[in-house]
Write a protein that binds this ligand. Structure first.
Ligand code: FES
Length: 101
């Protein structure tokens, strides 16, 4: 299991490696409203990975192209539906209404 800490809620959830961040966040009981249901097309699941970036999957083309269209993207930005957990603990910061297109 991998510890996923979700900010600003401060919730830590034991997730299974290989889960998407989106699936793990939902499994932790945190609502994350999306429009494309995890297909990497809406940008609503944009978040910042504050710790453990090296432990999650690399950015692929679909995610990269979507991130290019989102205002406020930084070096810690990921799409929760496209990034999958590895074995290392991860801390993410949800951006709420400041994110998405
Ligand atoms: S859920 Fe739409 S881009 Fe991730």
């Amino acid at each position: 299991m991998t510890a996923l800490t979700i900010l600003p809620q401060g919730i830590t959830f034991e997730a299974t490696p290989g889960m998407s961040l989106l699936a793990a966040i939902k499994a932790a009981g945190v609502a994350l409203m999306t429009k494309c249901e995890g297909q990497g097309k809406c940008g609503a699941c944009h978040l910042f990975v504050q710790e453990g970036r090296k432990g999650i999957s690399k950015i692929q083309r679909t995610e990269n192209e979507m991130l290019d269209t989102i205002v406020g993207v930084g070096s810690k930005s990921r799409l929760a539906c496209q990034a999958t957990l590895g074995e290392e603990p991860v801390t993410v910061e949800l951006l709420g209404f400041k994110s998405g297109v």
